[in-house]
Write a protein that binds this ligand. Structure first.
Ligand code: ATP
Length: 565
C-alpha cells in the first residue's frame, strides 16, 4: 500500500489532495498545475469509490470490489460507517448497516466484529481503524496516480459534524499517514468547485447547495459575499435519500417476482443483496435513459429474473420522495429568513442529484432567474458526485503552503464568525426636483464586515442637483393576484392536471421589492450633467461604522461622510 506508518515523521514536502468521504462513496481529487481540480480514478478506474472494505482470508478489498462482497460475504464487509466516527454507540442509527457487518459497542464507541485476518477469529475493529484503512487506500490510489507520495489532505465533512467527529477524523487520517490540513464543509466545497472554474464570475449571491447522497440529504444555504462564504442555514434528513429510491425499485421488482414465482426475494439476505445492487444500477440507468432493464441470475430459489422499467413509471413511484426533497429545500431557505426569490443559484451535489426529475422539480420551484446547476438543467454543470472532492482539492492547494498555525488561525472561530449585515445597504439617487429615486442594493444582506463595495448609478436623466441617499433596505415580497385569461369558461393554461376551479382562476405573481429603511448618509452633488452618473462607495467597518463617498463620474471632487453605528 505504500502509505506512511503511524508515528513516522511527516516529511517536509506536502503533497496534498482533496477527499470527499461519504457514507456511501468517496472521491479523491488533486489540483493540476493550471489550478484545475481533477478527480482521480483508482486502480479499478473508479472515480466514485464505495466507502466499503471487505475481508476474505485476511485479504482486504476496497471500493467496488468490496461492494460486490455484500452478496456473498456481507458479515465481513464494512459499509456506511462514516457517520459513526467519533460518536457514542448509543447515539448511532445502525439501520444502514443491516445488510453488512453490524456495528457493536466497543468501550463507548463503535466497532465491527469481522474476520479480517487469515485466522478464523473475529476481531473487533473500531470505526476509527476502519476509517484509517479506508483513507490509507484512498491516499495510496492517489499516490499511484500522481506518482508521488500523498501525505496530506483536505477532507469535506457535513455541516453538522461535531468537534468530537472532527477530532476522530483528524486522528484516523493521521494514523493513515495523511496529515489532515483542514476539514471543509461539504456545501462550501461544492461552491468552491464552481467558483474555482476559470470562467466563473465571482459576485455576491445566495446559493442553495442541495446534497442528495445515498444515506442522507443535506441542504445548505450560503451567502457568497466578496468571495467569502457564510452558511446561513442547514438541514439534514436521514430518511429521504438514494437508499429509499433503491428500496422503491426493490419493492417494485420484488412484487413482479412474487407474482410469477410465489416467493419473496426480499426474505433471503443474499437475494435481497443481489436485488439491491441491481436496483441501484437500474436507478442510475434511468437518470440517463427513458428505459432500463435489469437481469439477475438465480435471484431466489435458483430462478433467474429479468425485467424493464421506464422513467415515467419510476418517477411516479418516487414522486413522494422527490416532493419531500423539494420541500426540504423550501424549508431551509425559509429557515435562513429568505424567500425562494432571493436564491440566485442552486447547486445540486451528491450522487442522487443526477436524477433529472429532481432538478426539473427545482426549476419549477425557483424563479427563471435562478440558475439550477445540475447535469440535466445545464450542460456545463460539474458532475454532482465529484463536487465535494474537487472543492476539497482546491482548498488543499490553497492552504498546503501555509504554516500549521496559519491554517489553525484561518479556521479559528474568531476569524470565521465575523459579524454580518442584517439588512442590505443600498443607494438612491434622488432628483432635487422630483424627490424621486429608485433603491439599488450595493451591499447585500448577510455580507460579512468589514467590507467595501462601489457602484455606478445613473443620475436622473435631466441631471442638475441630485441627492445621493445611502439607506438600509429590507427585501420584501410583493404578491399580486391576476385573473387568468379564460377561453370558453376554462382557464387558458396548459397545465392539464389542474382543474379550472374558482381559486385557480387567479394567478399569483410574486416579485422581490425593497422596503427602504433608515437613511445612513446623504450626499448632495450639485450640477450633475445631463445623462451623468454618480459613483458611490460604501465601506462598512468591523464596528459597523459606515464611510460613504459619492462623486460624479468624470468630475473632480466628491463628498465623503462618516457614520457611526
Ligand atoms: P451519503 O453520505 O449520504 O451516504 P455519499 O456522499 O457517500 O452519500 P454519493 O455518491 O453522493 O454518496 O451518493 C450516493 C447515492 O447516489 C447512491 O444512492 C447512488 O445510488 C446515487 N447515485 C449515484 N449515481 C446516480 C445516478 N446517475 N442517478 C441516480 N442516483 C445516483
Amino acid at each position: 500500500m505504500g502509505a506512511q506508518e503511524e508515528g513516522e515523521e511527516v516529511p517536509h514536502e506536502i503533497n496534498a489532495i482533496g477527499i470527499s468521504f461519504g457514507n456511501s462513496n468517496s472521491s479523491i481529487a488533486y489540483t493540476s498545475s493550471e489550478g484545475k481540480a481533477e478527480v482521480i480514478a483508482n486502480e479499478e478506474g473508479d472515480r466514485y469509490i464505495p466507502s466499503i472494505l471487505s475481508y476474505i482470508e485476511g485479504e482486504e478489498y476496497h471500493g467496488t470490489q468490496a461492494k460486490s462482497q455484500l452478496v456473498r460475504n456481507s458479515q465481513n464487509t464494512v459499509a456506511y460507517f462514516r457517520d459513526y466516527l467519533g460518536k457514542d454507540f448509543d447515539s448511532i442509527d445502525p439501520t444502514p448497516c443491516h445488510a453488512s457487518a453490524h456495528p457493536k459497542k466497543h468501550e463507548s464507541t463503535v466497532a465491527f466484529s469481522i474476520q479480517d485476518t487469515e485466522s478464523d477469529s473475529q476481531n473487533d475493529v473500531t470505526v476509527s481503524e476502519i476509517t484509517t484503512r479506508h483513507i490509507r487506500r484512498l491516499a495510496s490510489s492517489a499516490s499511484d496516480y500522481l506518482g508521488k507520495k500523498v501525505n496530506a489532505a483536505v477532507i469535506s465533512v457535513p455541516t453538522n459534524f461535531t468537534e468530537a467527529q472532527k477530532e476522530a477524523m483528524t486522528k484516523a487520517s493521521q494514523a493513515a499517514g495523511v496529515q489532515l490540513l483542514q476539514m471543509i464543509s461539504e456545501p462550501t466545497a461544492a461552491v468552491l468547485a464552481y467558483d474555482a472554474r476559470s470562467d466563473a464570475e465571482i459576485k455576491d449571491k445566495i446559493i442553495v447547495v442541495a446534497d442528495f447522497g445515498g444515506t442522507r440529504s443535506d441542504i445548505g444555504v450560503i451567502a457568497s459575499r466578496g468571495g467569502m462564504y457564510s452558511i446561513l442555514s442547514t438541514s439534514h434528513d436521514y430518511e429521504t435519500a438514494g437508499a429509499q429510491l433503491d428500496q422503491l425499485l426493490i419493492d417494485h421488482f420484488a412484487k413482479e417476482f412474487i407474482k410469477k414465482n410465489k416467493t419473496d426475494p426480499r426474505q433471503k439476505p443474499k437475494s435481497l443483496a443481489k436485488l439491491k445492487l441491481e436496483a441501484e444500477a437500474t436507478k442510475k440507468a434511468l437518470s440517463l435513459g427513458g428505459n432500463a432493464s435489469l437481469s439477475i441470475e438465480s435471484l431466489a430459489d435458483g430462478v433467474d429474473f429479468a425485467s424493464t422499467i421506464n422513467r415515467t413509471r419510476y418517477e411516479m413511484l418516487a414522486a413522494k420522495i422527490f416532493g419531500s426533497l423539494t420541500r426540504m429545500i423550501e424549508d431551509t431557505v425559509r429557515k435562513a429568513d429568505l424567500d425562494i426569490l432571493d436564491v440566485d443559484e442552486v447547486i445540486l451535489s451528491g450522487g442522487t442529484s443526477h436524477t433529472p426529475r429532481i432538478s426539473q422539480n427545482l426549476q419549477r420551484l425557483f424563479s427563471p432567474k435562478t440558475r439550477i446547476l445540475s447535469p440535466s438543467t445545464l450542460p456545463t454543470a460539474i458532475d454532482p458526485s465529484s463536487l465535494a472532492a474537487r472543492g476539497a482539492a482546491i482548498q488543499a492547494s490553497l492552504i498546503s503552503e501555509f504554516d500549521k498555525e496559519d491554517i489553525e488561525q484561518s479556521t479559528h472561530p474568531m476569524v470565521t464568525v465575523t459579524p454580518h449585515l442584517r439588512n442590505a445597504i443600498g443607494v438612491m439617487v434622488v432628483s432635487d426636483d422630483t424627490k424621486k429615486g429608485l433603491f439599488t442594493a450595493l451591499v447585500e444582506k448577510e455580507t460579512a464586515v468589514p467590507c467595501r463595495r462601489a457602484g455606478i448609478f445613473a443620475a436622473p436623466r435631466e441631471g442638475g442637483d441630485v441627492m445621493v441617499k445611502v439607506c438600509e433596505g429590507a427585501r420584501d415580497i410583493k404578491v399580486t393576484k391576476k385573473e387568468k385569461a379564460k377561453t370558453n369558461g376554462k382557464a387558458a393554461s396548459d397545465d392539464s392536471d389542474l382543474d379550472s376551479d374558482d381559486e385557480e382562476d387567479e394567478e399569483e405573481i410574486r416579485e422581490k421589492i425593497w422596503k427602504v429603511g433608515t437613511v445612513l448618509a446623504e450626499a448632495a452633488i450639485k450640477g450633475v450633467k445631463k445623462g451623468g452618473k454618480v459613483e458611490v462607495t460604501v465601506h462598512v467597518g468591523a464596528d459597523l461604522g459606515v464611510v460613504v463617498t459619492a462623486r460624479e463620474v468624470g468630475a473632480k471632487g466628491g463628498v465623503r461622510g462618516n457614520l457611526d453605528k
